[in-house]
Design a protein around this ligand. Structure first.
Ligand code: FEO
Ligand code: CA
Ligand code: CA
Ligand code: CA
Length: 603
């Protein structure tokens, strides 16, 4: 008899075993290469990288540090050329500069280099041969761009111009210098890139000297209001005074936004979209509702923080970039409330499934702002959008286990949320396990799906479920959609999610609590193979896996290797990872492809 046919889009690759190698390890039959690494030229004429002769002026023209979000946008039908858009989330000064053991050792020039190593890069790529491999073009004159902690950004939307956003340097409350801690992001259906400003709190000093009335909000956002200089602070205030909140208390309010960038126009000024609220934005998952409104799903990555959704007032107009660039300036901002359908007594915090056999239930989107109207008692529109966490606290949103990346599956229409972990769940004085966050001391995280009513992204109610509860499959508290756990790869701390054309879920991890390196995983989400999680690649020691991005032709998967060698006691001079060059570690974007036969990623 004929062998059973392999379904289209099947994940037939041989999984990579967990390991602690100082390498990118990929399945047999695949190839991978570094596309671009920290310090390589981005702007035409940028100097070549020299670790011993770094300058801020050079870094501002070179690829930044700690690449996180990755988008690859084809510039032609066959993707012979493409734009790579990358976030540079943060800096590891001890791994960047000779003789520096910690940020306390950095000079003024080091601080300026670090500022220039933040932000985003746009890099034009070209395909290598007839494969899924890409490399930067020689002179990226037309599109290449660096945005840093000093570039110009505009605040737009209902909170722009608010008194809470005004500073001495910007009495209009609309012009900000820089973007900070850009973590994940999203590619909009209208061709722009969203970028989430996440842990911006860490860049400020002087919280204790900010006006007393503003301190509770600063504190809710993780800014230290007890010390003049929080420990481990980079002290950028010493080279740029605006990072001192005792002198410029509103400067911190100008970070924590979703940035929208038009990568096709290198002269465009990126916008910080206040209508999408201010919190520790992981990223943005854009989609379009059934009747054409733009929708963005948003995660606030902090223990016990929330999942949000924005629905635009206006509709997307195909091909009208100018119009579409206004969509994220007015709409409704919601926060999610998740209710379990099993008796609370059956959720015992161990991860044991309730009697109905599933962690699942129903939910509602609670509106916080509609257009220019606040729906939160005691909050103006500006207050809701700038201090969104406080508004969401007030309406009884569900405290989640660190909402990270959120993406809608283009095949089944469900919205997939990575909840990375929450070691404090169930701790004394903290929220106990609930059906949507069912494990106390949740070290390994889980995946949550939202099925909007009528599969409409603009709906105000939904059902939800947890298809995957992560960890070592031998651990009874894990769940893989009911799949045979002996065949599943261990997975811990999901961070970013993506989908291939067949609707398979791809998950990258950050902080593997099982003792091996982080990596990239893939699993079908429906049919008899649902829950069959397989590890596709692993990243070097000390790194997390960011991206992932699968190109529209399905021939390339891009990942960002972030903070390789970020391990206790490691420095540039005494590294614990020397990936990729053999001397010291450099964050880099990597592409993986299949040179022969079925070139489809996952085959
Ligand atoms: Fe920057 Fe939430 O990871
Ligand atoms: Ca249930
Ligand atoms: Ca992340
Ligand atoms: Ca993370």
């Amino acid at each position: 008899p004929a062998a059973p046919r392999t379904p289209k889009g099947a994940l037939t690759f041989t999984p990579v075993a967990p390991n602690t190698a100082d390498a990118v390890t990929i399945p047999s039959g695949y190839k991978s290469s570094v596309v671009i690494r920290w310090g390589e030229p981005v702007l035409p004429g940028a100097p070549a990288f020299d670790v011993k002769k770094q300058t801020a002026a050079a870094q501002a023209q070179q690829f930044g540090y700690n690449n996180d979000y990755v988008a690859v946008i084809p510039l032609d039908r066959h993707g012979e050329r493409a734009l790579l858009v990358v976030n540079h989330e943060y800096t590891n000064e001890e791994l960047m500069f000779p003789g520096v053991k910690s940020v306390a050792d950095t000079t003024a020039e080091h601080k300026k280099i670090a500022m220039a190593a933040h932000g985003l890069s746009v890099v034009e790529l070209e395909r290598v041969g007839d494969t899924g491999q890409y490399r930067p073009v020689k002179k990226g004159k037309r599109y290449n761009r660096r945005l840093t902690a000093s570039s110009k950004f505009l605040l737009t939307g209902p909170a722009a111009g608010s008194d809470l956003l005004k500073t001495k340097a910007d009495p209009t409350g609309t012009v900000v210098l820089g973007t900070l801690n850009n973590c994940a992001g999203g590619l909009t259906p209208w061709g722009t890139v969203l970028s989430g400003e996440e842990n911006f709190n860490q860049y400020f000093v002087g919280g204790n000297g900010a006006p007393a009335a503003e301190q509770p909000a600063l504190k809710r956002y993780g800014i230290d209001i007890t010390a003049a200089v929080p420990s481990g602070n980079r002290r950028w205030d010493l080279v740029d005074e605006r990072f001192d909140l005792s002198k410029h208390p509103h400067e911190a309010n100008r970070f924590g936004w979703i940035v929208e960038l038009d990568p096709f126009d290198k002269n465009s000024i990126p916008r910080k979209r206040t209508a999408l609220g201010r919190f520790k934005h992981e990223g943005g998952g854009p989609t379009i509702s059934n009747d054409g409104h733009a929708v963005v799903y948003l995660g606030d990555d902090e223990r016990f923080d929330y999942i949000y959704k924005f629905v635009s007032d206006k509709k997307v107009r195909r091909g009208d970039t100018k119009h579409n660039m206004t969509l994220l300036d007015s709409g409704t901002l919601y926060v999610g409330k998740f209710s379990g359908d099993s008796p609370a007594a059956e959720i015992d915090g161990t991860g044991k499934l309730p009697a109905d056999g599933a962690f699942d239930g129903t939910g509602t989107w609670i509106p916080l702002v509609r257009g220019n109207e606040s729906l939160v008692e005691g909050f103006t529109v500006e207050q809701v959008l700038i201090n969104t966490r406080l508004a969401a606290d007030k309406v009884g949103a569900t405290k989640m286990d660190r909402p990270e990346d959120i993406e809608r599956n283009p095949v089944d229409g469900k919205v997939y949320v990575a909840l990375t972990n929450n070691s404090n769940r169930g701790a004394t004085g903290a929220a106990p396990a609930d059906e949507a966050n069912p494990r106390n001391s949740n070290r390994h995280g889980h995946i949550l799906t939202i099925s909007e009513k009528h599969n409409d992204a603009a709906a105000e109610s939904f059902t939800w479920a947890l298809p995957i509860v992560c960890g070592d499959p031998k651990d009874a508290s894990t769940y893989f959609a009911g799949y045979d756990k002996t065949k599943v790869s261990p997975i811990s701390c999901p961070d970013n999610v993506a989908f291939d054309k067949a609707g398979n879920l791809w998950i990258s991890t950050d902080g593997n609590a099982l003792g091996s390196n982080d990596g990239l995983f893939a699993t079908p989400v429906s049919g008899s193979e649902a829950g069959h999680v397989k590890q596709f690649l692993t990243v070097p020691k000390g790194a997390e896996t960011c991206g992932p991005f699968i190109t529209p032709d399905q021939k390339s998967v891009f990942i960002a290797v972030q903070h390789p060698g970020e391990l206790e006691g490691a420095t540039l001079d005494t590294p614990k990872s020397v990936w990729p060059d053999g001397q010291y570690a450099r964050p880099a974007v990597v592409v993986t492809w299949r040179p022969k036969g079925d070139q489809r990623i996952g085959s």
